[in-house]
Design a protein around this ligand. Structure first.
Ligand SMILES: Cc1cc2nc3c(=O)[nH]c(=O)nc-3n(C[C@H](O)[C@H](O)[C@H](O)COP(=O)(O)OP(=O)(O)OC[C@H]3O[C@@H](n4cnc5c(N)ncnc54)[C@H](O)[C@@H]3O)c2cc1C
Length: 434
């Protein structure tokens, strides 16, 4: 085979689809899909937490629509933040209205001070990459940092805001102008913000429907086939005891694992691996035998430390087909440092208690069906080493005809649409060269 693809998640499948021929895909699990897999348990449809389709690019829109056909719904986001015993709309920075007065005062006073600092050029405006902490203080001020950005992001990423850099925010953190922020502090905000203000989701079958509609369009897919060894010298991979040769290798497995799998990796590249940092996420999926829990809400962010999770969402409010009659379903996401020990039992009991404390669940509303999913490599940590280390590793891999792509291959914070496009771009590069 000319090209070997490691992983049949959305990136690997998109690569295969766009390569068109001369490829072989190895998937270690018994089904394709990666993080875009769906589980049907007692009539509930669960994903790896919310997996919604955000489409900005015309090509990927066409691609997804042609795959899903009529099995797709468009959804206008209805997301919230729970803090200070209040539920306020997302994003926090445009929706202070409804929070306690002292919180609003802190946020607006900090914002004004940040704007004055900017005018007086007391900020780091000309620095290319800043820490996330500096960026928040300069953009929104101390109050917004203290009440939302620092606690929320430190919980999600599991590192201090001064360790994180600001080179991931462009796509993910809405930046309303000062007029909108002030307006949203005194009145109900009318505007929406952010990359996911509206999104798509399969009507039936969860996010795996996207995968299921793509799989018949690719060939040469081997499941239950982990790639255990890669030899740069021989240009071979080893899977289930057999060696396979390649001209080009597309890897979508997490980058540190790829480096670990290469048997003849030079020492200097091996050293760089220790600089790659990431966190893990547990996703608790729960089925509840009560109708319409948190009616119409799609998901809620929890910045406060007293909650062990950072976000919870409601599958039934995205598509009613995800639950049996008269039932609701939720996902509850919690981050952990990589390798931190957690038990499924404590995740379930703590989450239930905390959801009742916040009145997201009422007494009598319990988890009738439970599933705990572990995502060992969930969010790549953007710190001061990441860009430099990544550039060196990628230059080395590409020189050896290895294209490490997708959210974990390219070691980035990205989503399904980008994975589709990454696969397409890499396939075209390989096809054009050959
Ligand atoms: C908590 C969470 C929520 C998210 N929510 C959204 C969302 O709402 N919308 C959105 O667009 N994106 C979301 N994402 C991002 C989305 O999941 C990813 O962008 C996308 O699924 C990445 O696909 P991938 O194919 O690159 O990687 P993966 O899905 O990880 O696929 C990699 C595949 O490689 C296989 N593999 C690994 N090692 C080997 C090996 N040695 N041999 C063979 N096979 C191997 C794996 O089994 C897997 O199937 C979310 C991510 C997380 C963590």
């Amino acid at each position: 085979m000319k090209t070997i693809i490691i992983g049949a998640g959305i990136t690997g499948l998109s690569s295969a689809y766009h390569l068109k021929k001369d490829y072989l895909i190895f998937e270690k699990e018994n089904v394709p899909g990666g993080l875009c897999r769906t589980f049907n348990i007692s009539g509930f449809t669960f994903d790896f937490s919310g997996h919604f389709i955000h489409l900005k690019n015309d090509y990927s829109k066409k691609f997804v629509f042609s795959l899903l056909g009529k099995n797709i719904v468009a959804v206008a986001r209805n997301s919230w933040i729970y803090s200070n015993k209040s539920l306020t709309p997302y994003p926090y920075q445009a929706n202070l209205y409804g929070l306690p007065k002292d919180v609003i005062n802190d946020c607006l006073a900090g914002l004004i001070q940040a704007k004055i600092n900017k005018i007086l050029k007391k900020d780091n405006h000309n620095k290319k990459i800043k820490t996330f902490k500096t960026w928040v203080l300069e953009t929104f001020g101390e109050g917004f940092g203290k009440h939302f950005f620092f606690p929320y992001n430190e919980k999600l990423w599991t590192v201090d805001s001064s360790v994180l850099t600001d080179d991931w925010i462009a796509n993910f953190v809405p930046q309303p102008d000062i007029k909108d922020i002030i307006n949203g502090a005194f009145f109900k905000q009318q505007k929406t913000y952010g990359y996911n203000a509206s999104f798509f989701y399969p009507k039936n079958g969860g996010i795996q429907s996207l995968i299921n509609s793509l799989v018949p369009k690719v060939t040469n897919l081997k499941v239950n086939s982990p790639v255990n060894k890669i030899s740069l010298k021989d240009k071979t991979v080893l899977s289930n005891g057999t060696k396979y040769s390649y001209n080009n290798l597309i890897s979508t497995m997490p980058l540190p694992e790829l480096l670990e799998t290469i048997i003849d990796l030079p020492k200097d590249i091996k050293k760089l691996k220790s600089k790659l940092k990431w966190n893990s996420v547990t996703c608790l999926n729960a089925g509840i035998k009560t109708k319409d829990i948190q009616k119409d809400k799609h998901w809620v962010y929890f910045p406060e430390k007293k909650f062990s999770f950072y976000r919870t969402g409601f599958y039934h409010n995205i598509s009613g087909n995800t639950v049996p009659d008269n039932c609701s379903s939720m996902y509850i996401e919690a981050s952990h440092r990589h390798n931190a020990s957690t038990t499924d039992k404590s995740i379930i009991t703590d989450s239930l208690k905390e959801l009742k404390n916040s009145k997201i669940l009422k007494s009598g509303e319990n988890f009738a069906v439970k599933q705990v999913l572990h995502i060992p490599c969930a969010y790549v940590i953007y710190d001061k080493h990441r860009t430099d280390v990544l550039n060196k590793i990628n230059a080395f891999l590409l020189a050896n005809k290895i294209h490490s792509i997708g959210r974990y291959g390219a070691w980035k914070y990205s989503y399904i649409e980008e994975s589709i496009l990454d696969g397409k771009a890499t396939a075209e590069k390989i096809n054009n060269k050959s």
